[in-house]
Design a protein around this ligand. Structure first.
Ligand SMILES: [Zn+2]
Ligand SMILES: [Zn+2]
Ligand SMILES: [Zn+2]
Length: 169
């Protein structure tokens, strides 16, 4: 993951990965981060929650809940939708996955440990989703909303376009 600084000295994470990057490392990093975070917070990363997180990290594309359900139900015992939704809610509450509203799907959080407003870069060609943690962007949006007398409860910034790889090809 390449990190760049913008003019404010703010760290912007450029998380687009090449097609053949060592994705196992992304998965490994995400899972050990989840383990550490849950241990630190005294939260239980159950087998089901960990499995859901793993499946979401299968690629950098956003995953829909029913795809997770499909893949979890591979074996003898079918998994029920509430089980998956509860696992997703846990993972979202701990900032380990984000919901990409426009796709109605979930991606693993590659970034900060603290609460953060992510901005998502969504590639319309390959479907990869990357996360920018531009705190200044979040603040600017919140400030504009405040000026309009609007109380923000949740903020979602999603940008649709082409990732560097698809732009190049
Ligand atoms: Zn990866
Ligand atoms: Zn995030
Ligand atoms: Zn792409």
């Amino acid at each position: 993951m390449a990190k760049a600084e913008n003019s404010d000295g703010e760290k912007l994470v450029k998380a687009f990965h090449g097609a053949h990057h060592a994705h196992g490392r992304c998965v490994g990093r995400a899972l050990s981060r989840a383990d550490a975070l849950c241990r630190q917070r005294g939260a239980r990363l159950t087998t089901m929650r960990r499995r859901v997180l793993e499946l979401i990290w299968d690629s950098h594309k956003a995953v829909k809940a029913y795809d997770l359900l499909d893949r979890l139900s591979d074996g003898e015992k079918p998994v029920r939708p509430p089980t998956v939704y509860r696992a997703l809610e846990f993972l979202m509450a701990h900032g380990l996955v984000h919901r990409v509203d426009s796709l109605n799907a979930f991606v693993g959080c590659s970034g900060a440990d603290a609460d953060h407003n992510a901005q998502f870069l969504i590639c319309q060609q390959c479907g990869d989703v990357s996360e920018m943690d531009g705190a200044a962007i979040g603040k600017a949006v919140a400030r504009q909303a405040q000026l309009a007398g609007f109380t923000v409860r949740r903020q979602t910034v999603e940008l649709h376009g082409e990732c560097p790889r698809c732009t190049a090809s």
